[in-house]
Design a protein around this ligand. Structure first.
Ligand SMILES: NC(=O)c1ccc[n+]([C@@H]2O[C@H](COP(=O)([O-])OP(=O)(O)OC[C@H]3O[C@@H](n4cnc5c(N)ncnc54)[C@H](OP(=O)(O)O)[C@@H]3O)[C@@H](O)[C@H]2O)c1
Length: 250
């Protein structure tokens, strides 16, 4: 039996990803590859994780441009060539304000960061995982992807795209050693939700969300809501008839 877990985290400076990494390094020998765009921030997180994990932990940092196809392929090829990968978590995202998306360039950037880039990372790793017949591809979507709404439909549509992409990939790998896990956090207390917090919106603790995510990845569940209550909430929201939904200011 393998005694170490090797995990590649794309968008490793995301608060949710960082808290998942804390859980991973605390529970046993772990080799982490942190992929990020901001070297200084990633190095700070790596240093902290090495201290938390102790002697059993190795943490490597890789810098990439997440919107560059060649860079995405480089990251997947290099990390796969360096050894067997147990989990790749794709975590980056940006909560673009909906009103800013009437600027078409900003709208495009939001779609590229939240939809195209994560899908390309998943696809780039999928080939390696297929050849190894091993590994879990974990993609962070959002409850916002479950139903479009006026407050954030560009972001929500990107996350909905990821849900469909993960679903197809899960079908592709059914019955193999590869699992695909779509993670759907609800509003969570991270820098991304700072504005929601300032507006008094209730947010889940990032530690709780990370625990649910890590458990879901371990269980290789196809879809994980975090916190789990959001599964029920979104079931209701998805089924609200249009004539009711369109009157709500949510
Ligand atoms: N917080 C929530 O309420 C919530 C709810 C549902 C889903 N999610 C999802 O959870 C994931 C993690 O988010 P978080 O809440 O932990 O937020 P966060 O701490 O604000 O992290 C956002 C991450 O995305 C990266 N990123 C943003 N734009 C990028 C770009 N153009 N290129 C490369 N990286 C970029 C950031 O990199 P830098 O550090 O370099 O800026 C950072 O690593 C995201 O996919 C988010 O959509 C969050």
């Amino acid at each position: 039996m393998q005694d170490r877990t090797r995990i590649v985290v794309i968008g490793a400076t995301a608060a949710i990803a960082e808290h998942c990494c804390r859980l991973w390094v605390q529970r046993g020998p772990t080799d982490l590859v942190l992929v990020a765009r901001d070297a200084a921030k990633a190095e700070r997180i790596a240093t902290d994780l090495r201290v938390r994990g102790g002697a059993g932990t190795s943490v490597e940092v890789m810098i990439a441009n997440f919107l560059d196809t060649a860079d995405i392929v480089r990251v997947a090829d290099a990390t796969a060539a360096a050894g067997r990968i147990d989990v790749v978590m794709i975590a980056h995202g940006v909560l673009t304000r909906q009103e800013n998306c009437s600027d078409i360039a900003a709208c495009r950037e939001s779609l590229e960061v939240n939809a195209v880039s994560p899908a390309l990372f998943a696809e780039a790793f999928a080939g390696h995982f297929a050849r190894a017949d091993h590994g879990t591809i974990a993609i962070i979507g959002s409850v916002a992807g479950d139903r479009g709404r006026k407050a954030n439909y560009t972001y929500g549509a990107a996350k909905g795209f990821l849900a469909r992409y993960a679903e197809g990939m899960e079908h592709r790998f059914a019955g193999t050693g590869v699992a695909v896990v779509l993670l759907k956090p609800g509003p969570t207390d991270t820098p991304m939700a700072a504005e929601n917090k300032a507006n008094g919106r209730r947010l889940a603790a990032v530690e709780d969300v990370a625990r649910t995510i890590v458990r879901g990845i371990d269980a290789r569940k196809a879809v994980v809501y975090a916190p789990p209550i959001w599964q029920l909430v979104m079931l209701i929201v998805r089924h609200l008839p249009r004539f009711v939904f369109n009157r709500l200011s949510i």
